[in-house]
Design a protein around this ligand. Structure first.
Ligand code: SF4
Ligand code: SF4
Length: 252
């Protein structure tokens, strides 16, 4: 990825009114070939002053979560939906998202991440709508999607709460941090992914590839088969990762 080129475009951008109030337009950071592409909402006041991502209070919370779950930061590329600070932490306007998302789409195209992780409502709504994933009509409903892995046909999407939520509502810390633990699971594939019949069923085209992406190469700790294996319980080969028994797979 030509990081210098995109950074120079961001630094010189005046496509929306946020260019007037910003000190710095913030460039993406991390591994340009990262498996995970993290999309935060926008730089905060301290990021705007320091010209760097995640140096403010939200960044401190995020770094704590990363340490807590021992995430391998070498796997990550970090960026924002909006590259300039939102004055007084106001909500982003649709015309600002429309103007700035061109950069994000260019970054996705170049990084080719395996998993996109939008943080918070606005980044998640943009990624969901852009890649034709179902988005709940009610905002209150959306929060139920945090921690639910999705498959677009090209890459996985894991929406998570923005770390700033913990600053606003510390009582949610445990629940939010638990969802971030899925990132650790996603850093590796299921230990059975090469030998499990799901691979054969996918290659033969008899089950939807999303099963393998969402479980075997995704959140394998959620797989009923995996959980039964871990407890030493027998299970039939024709069981799907959600525990559904598919009789027709007996013949394959
Ligand atoms: S927020 Fe994005 S579109 Fe608006 S000025 Fe900054 S870089 Fe340009
Ligand atoms: S189906 Fe379950 S046990 Fe088998 S590889 Fe996938 S996640 Fe692992």
């Amino acid at each position: 990825m030509n990081r210098q080129k995109i950074c120079s475009q961001i630094k010189n951008c005046h496509k929306c009114e946020l260019a007037i109030s910003r000190n710095n337009a913030i460039c993406p950071e991390g591994n340009p070939k990262g498996r995970f592409l993290i999309v935060a909402q926008a730089p905060g006041e301290q990021e705007d002053k320091a010209d760097s991502m995640f140096v403010g209070p939200s960044g401190t919370v995020l770094r704590q979560i990363i340490t807590e779950h021992r995430l391998n930061t070498k796997n990550y590329y970090w960026t924002n939906l909006l590259k300039c600070n939102l004055p007084h932490n106001r909500k982003p306007k649709q015309r600002e998202i429309d103007a700035c998302s061109e950069f994000l789409l260019q970054e996705i195209e170049e990084v080719k991440p395996e998993i996109i992780v939008p943080l918070g409502f606005y980044a998640s709504r943009f990624i969901f709508s852009q890649f034709h994933l179902d988005f709940p009509v009610e905002k209150a409903e959306f929060y139920k999607n945090f921690g639910e892995l999705q498959w677009t046909g090209k890459f996985k999407v894991l929406p998570l709460a923005h770390p700033a939520s913990i600053l606003h509502r510390p009582e949610l810390k445990e629940n939010i941090s638990e969802k971030y633990a899925i990132l650790k699971t996603l850093e590796t594939y299921c230990c059975w992914h090469r030998s499990c019949p799901m691979k054969k069923f996918t290659e033969k085209g008899i089950i939807d590839p999303s099963w393998r992406q969402l479980y075997c190469l995704g959140n394998w700790q959620n797989c009923v088969r995996f959980q039964m294996e871990s407890r030493g319980q027998p299970h039939p080969d024709w069981m799907l990762p959600d525990g559904t028994l598919m009789e027709y797979l007996k013949q394959c």
